[in-house]
Design a protein around this ligand. Structure first.
Ligand code: GLC
Length: 742
């Protein structure tokens, strides 16, 4: 009884201020009232994450001082992953006095990243490793991406994560960007549409999603200080366009500002991006957080509209506190940001006081991952209908990645998964007989090669040197098997870009020699060779693309990669993926090649190609790629009929078409609609620079159609897809509708 009375007295006391007025309660009373009741210290604590004693800072930009702020004796802060959900990327400060809970934020685009085990606990907290961004975009299917976002959102919800730090939708300006595996495309419509679908999926669970990295974060080299010099038009029509689409179509709870600078101002201090455009033009109503330990002054970031500084340092806290006290930061701006944060937090599970059970349905989510993985794989070559393979076939599987398969990238986008299905296991699961001699030899090779390496972790995965295949091994394998599957693997990761080196952009000498030996042996035996590209992006193919009979780009397709590869190789799933980026004949054909990862001075990148990124640039230069944007084969054929284009008064277009499977295998088709530039633009109206020869304005994917089956597709295209940003008038200007289906 005594305890009850004391508790009741305590509850009364905490809900009544010293003056007797009732304290507002977060989640109950208007946010403005809660903000008004907060002390300055509570406000500054709320806008700076809790992890103030964790000492890690990325390399500074050239000329910037090495940052050393970190633990400050006597000033509290949580160390990494000491919050409510172990291994989560960051937490916010609670203000119990007003009922404001701590909010947990965790990565990442390919699945929730938290620690899989906790000290002193039997329970495990594994998460599903889903296909990475490029694999999801290659599905060209927003319904599939929504299903993946929904599944990831269930795991966040069950594990007590309030906000997921995903999706990542930066434009693939260069094929060498180290994080392209996490991104979607070289095209802003495809990127923005995939991001919007992902956000809708995640947020359908009541968990927040975060668009990142806003914006123009297209490389990892000196990412903390590189200055992207980009025209307003390229900014609007390419680098911000995907974010605009995703904000308008999915209402994300948060946006994460990027590390880099844009036209001389570092993203977290960039008011033009964070306030004028994001909020002023797109009506974004969530909150903006920095990337982790991003450059910039806390007070300047606060004024610019960067609401929250993550994961938080005492330097940022002091910068804001001192600026308010000395009058250089108007406390109204701090109040504005606090209100933005609290409005968003109120929508989160913790903000609503919801409990969680740490028991997501990982089995169901693995099925979702496997389906998405198979839908995203792109069949680049299939001469003489080499694929699909009939069950029971004997397969000679070559390549380290066939046995130690790449399923995800390193860095914040990694996932602590319970398992991965390697390609050899997936083939065996699909009743394909993997050559036992080769399997033993490769597994031995990989075990020995990795014996002395440190345990793989989130930030680094050891990749064994490629095993050398002797002529005798190839000849024996060709005798004993029906086909060869040859896997080329490339790891990908945050914080470093790829290189134009052998073993990265190019085949390594061993890979090339192995491919020649295997091709000779199997060709002489009149048996096919199928190459699998197990990687998060693309690579040089011009040198070897002519050699194999078939080529399948598997991407980094998550923990179920092996099974999904088998699903496609056996035809259980007909390949329907399409390239979300161009595969050039030569690296220098990419429009960004002469300005990546910097222009003349390290630290500055001139986006001289302007809007002509990816296929826009190849069209302008009239350069043929090896495989173009949007390319991908199927095991069947399709017919198109009844195409109609219906214009509407507001400039929108409705496009209708009937698609029939005219082949002998099931398959799904992707309809890609481009708008062609006017042949002879009326220059009196088009004072803008040249328009791209074509640009994607809409796309849609059929369901899997059985042979002979027809599906009618109706595609609604908003008017603003037929426009460009006129930087003279600082507004979007319409262009003639001239739709072309590819
Ligand atoms: C990183 C990444 C970002 C991630 C954040 C938290 O450095 O750039 O994508 O969400 O830190 O881990």
């Amino acid at each position: 009884m005594r305890t009850l009375i004391i508790t009741l007295l305590f509850l009364c006391a905490t809900s009544i201020t010293t003056l007797g007025a009732k304290l507002p309660r977060f989640g109950v009373d208007p946010v403005e009232d809660v903000v008004a009741a907060m002390t300055l210290e509570e406000k500054v604590n709320l806008v700076v994450g809790t992890m103030r004693d964790y000492i890690y800072f990325p390399d500074p930009a050239p000329g910037m001082p090495m940052r050393t702020e970190g633990f400050v004796e006597g000033r509290p802060g949580t160390a990494f992953s000491e919050g409510r959900v172990k291994g989560a990327a960051g937490d916010s400060y609670a203000v119990p006095r007003l009922g404001i809970p701590a909010i947990v934020m965790a990565d990442g685009p390919a699945g929730v990243r938290i620690d899989a085990t906790r000290q002193g606990q039997e329970a495990t907290f594994f998460c599903t490793a889903f296909p990475t961004g490029s694999a999801l975009a290659a599905t060209w299917d927003t319904a599939v991406v929504d299903s993946v976002g929904k599944a990831i959102g269930t795991e966040a919800r069950h594990y007590g994560v309030d906000i997921l730090l995903a999706p990542a939708l930066n434009i693939m300006r260069s094929p060498l960007c180290g994080r392209n595996f996490e991104y979607y495309s070289e095209d802003p419509l495809l990127a923005g549409s995939m991001a919007a679908a992902y956000v809708r999926g995640v947020q359908s669970n009541g968990v927040g999603a975060t668009l990142k990295h806003y914006a123009v974060n297209n490389q990892e080299t000196m990412r903390n200080g590189v200055d992207a010099v980009v025209s307003d038009r390229a900014l609007r029509d390419i680098y911000l366009r995907g974010f605009e689409i995703a904000v308008r179509e999915s209402f994300p709870m948060a946006v994460m500002s990027a590390y880099n600078s844009i036209n001389g101002t570092v993203a977290p201090e960039n008011k033009y991006l964070l306030t004028d455009i994001l909020r002023g033009e797109w009506d974004f109503d969530g909150f903006v957080m920095t990337d982790w330990w991003a450059e910039g002054n806390g007070a300047v970031q606060t004024a610019a509209g960067n609401d929250m500084l993550m994961p938080g340092t005492w330097r940022q806290y002091d910068e804001i506190m001192n600026a308010v006290k000395d009058g250089t930061l108007d406390v109204k701006l701090l109040d504005r940001n606090v209100a933005n944060i609290l409005r968003a937090f109120a929508q989160t599970p913790a903000g609503k006081g919801l409990s969680y059970d740490n028991a997501p349905d990982l089995t169901a989510n693995a099925r979702t991952a496997r389906n998405a993985a198979a839908q995203g794989m792109v069949l680049l070559k299939n001469q003489n209908n080499t694929l699909p393979l009939a069950p029971g076939k004997n397969i000679a599987l070559f390549g380290n990645s066939g046995y130690d398969t790449m399923v995800g990238g390193t860095g914040s986008g990694n996932v602590n998964r319970a398992y991965k299905v390697n390609i050899h296991e997936g083939l065996a699961n699909a009743d394909l007989n993997v050559d036992t001699n080769l399997k033993a030899a490769y597994l031995d090779h990989i075990r020995l090669a990795k014996a002395d390496s440190k345990q793989d972790d989130v930030w680094s995965i050891t990749v064994a040197d490629e095993k050398i295949i002797t002529t005798d091994e190839a000849l024996r394998a060709a005798r004993d098997n029906d086909a060869a599957v040859f896997v080329i693997g490339r790891m990908a990761g945050e914080s470093a870009d790829r290189t134009l080196a052998e073993g990265d952009w190019f085949l390594s000498p061993t890979e090339r020699a192995n491919l020649d030996v295997v091709m000779t042996a199997f060709n002489n035996a009149s048996k096919p060779v199928i190459v699998l590209m197990n990687m998060g992006g693309v690579m040089d193919m011009d040198d070897w693309n002519h050699i194999p009979d078939a080529i399948l780009l598997t991407w980094l397709a998550g923990q179920e990669t092996g099974n999904a590869v088998a699903d496609v190789l056996t035809g259980k799933t007909s390949p329907s993926g399409r390239l979300p980026m161009t595969i050039a004949r030569r690296y220098n054909d990419y429009p960004s090649a002469s300005n990546f990862p910097h222009s003349t001075n390290p630290g500055t990148v001139y986006y001289d190609e302007d809007i002509f990124v990816g296929y826009r640039g190849f069209d302008k230069a009239d350069i043929q790629p090896v495989y173009p944007f949007g390319y991908g084969l199927s095991y069947t054929t399709f017919d198109y009929a009844g195409e109609t284009i219906t214009p509407h008064r507001d400039g929108a277009i409705t496009y209708d078409i009937d698609i029939t499977n005219t082949g002998t295998a099931p398959g799904a088709e992707v309809v890609q609609l481009y708008n062609l530039a006017p042949e002879n633009p009326d220059t009196s109206r088009f004072t803008a620079p040249v328009l791209p020869a074509k640009q994607l304005v809409a796309f849609a994917k059929t369901r899997v159609l059985q042979p002979g089956e027809t599906q009618h597709l109706t595609v609604n295209i908003p008017a603003d897809r037929f426009s460009y940003y006129n930087q003279a008038t600082k507004s979007r200007q319409t262009i003639p509708v001239n739709i072309f289906r590819k």
